[in-house]
Write a protein that binds this ligand. Sequence first.
Ligand SMILES: CC(C)(COP(=O)(O)OP(=O)(O)OC[C@H]1O[C@@H](n2cnc3c(N)ncnc32)[C@H](O)[C@@H]1OP(=O)(O)O)[C@@H](O)C(=O)NCCC(=O)NCCS
Length: 157
Amino acid sequence: MKGSLTSTLIFRSMKITDLPVALRIERQSFATPWSETAFRQALSEKHTHSHLLVVVLEETVVAYAHFMLITGDAHITNFAVDPAYRRRGIGKALLKEILDRIKKMGGELVFLEVRVSNLAAQNLYRRFGFQIHSIRKKYYSDNGEDAYLLWIPELSN
Ligand SMILES: CC(C)(COP(=O)(O)OP(=O)(O)OC[C@H]1O[C@@H](n2cnc3c(N)ncnc32)[C@H](O)[C@@H]1OP(=O)(O)O)[C@@H](O)C(=O)NCCC(=O)NCCS
């Protein structure tokens, strides 16, 4: 069933028990997926700047995002929606949620890297005002692809 599902979405911090689902979505979403260790480090209490959120739909984790917030600069380092739940507005809802949280936590600037071939993600980010800051040549080690560094320079405006 297609259509907007955003009214029934719950956002919460990722828990260790979410890892099997997150790892499955991660592997289905990326050529060079984060390892379990990378997720565990991001979840670690030692990393106070690190924020991992999940989206829950009818008790199922369907998406997640990770960002680091350090002295006003927010770096979105991971963002994925379960392939079975894409094109239903979940990516939009999750990005709105994390940008709202970043603002509330005092973030002023947001940036991320995206493959130049990843038009789906670029379309999503553009809707929220992300602009191309620069190109990072051969940023991705699997195929040597370039990344766009996208940013929102002044989040509060
Ligand atoms: C990019 C991604 C997060 C989008 O999630 P989603 O839940 O499908 O996105 P939404 O349904 O909220 O769509 C939001 C907008 O993104 C754009 N978009 C999403 N999928 C798209 C696609 N396949 N082709 C073109 N544009 C697309 C559209 O502008 C869309 O708005 P519209 O549906 O009104 O046209 C998802 O495709 C994904 O997880 N991809 C793999 C991981 C990834 O690339 N993450 C980003 C790394 S930088």
